[in-house]
Design a protein around this ligand. Structure first.
Ligand code: AMP
Length: 117
């Protein structure tokens, strides 16, 4: 679903708000989570905000989902020794707070409280 208002991640893509960006190409952007839950905590985000969650992305653009996963893998190799957790929260009760699909890439032990907000 495309919403009228730009999401917080669209605003990061547009450089309207700052972020510690670690990777960007034409279709995805990756940056450090502002509230890290693990020693390495990156977000990999499709630039389009058309998809609210991973299920919508899988149905609507599976190649873009594959690119998100490949980007997560490459960043984990660079920043987390190659091993990582890949988390997509889907729905408020599952801890999703930003309804612009994004992958959490976590390296190292999770901190207390996990990803639930
Ligand atoms: P979720 O709760 O799965 O929707 O994940 C949203 C994530 O975005 C949370 O882990 C937040 O800490 C993170 N976040 C929110 N605003 C920013 C921001 N401006 N820069 C980086 N990460 C952010």
């Amino acid at each position: 679903m495309t919403s009228a208002e730009p999401s917080i991640f669209t605003r990061i893509v547009a450089r309207e708000i700052p972020a510690d960006i670690v990777f960007e190409n034409d279709s995805v952007i990756a940056f450090r989570d502002i509230a890290p839950k693990a020693p390495v905590h990156l977000l990999v985000v499709p630039k389009t905000q058309e998809y609210a969650n991973v299920s919508e992305l899988a149905a609507g653009d599976p190649a873009l989902l594959a690119e998100v996963v490949a980007t997560a893998n490459a960043l984990a190799a660079e920043y987390a020794g190659g091993e990582f957790r890949l988390i997509f929260n889907s729905g408020e009760s599952a801890g999703q707070t930003v309804f612009h699909v994004h992958a959490h890439v976590l390296g190292g032990a999770l901190e207390e409280g996990s990803l639930a907000q």
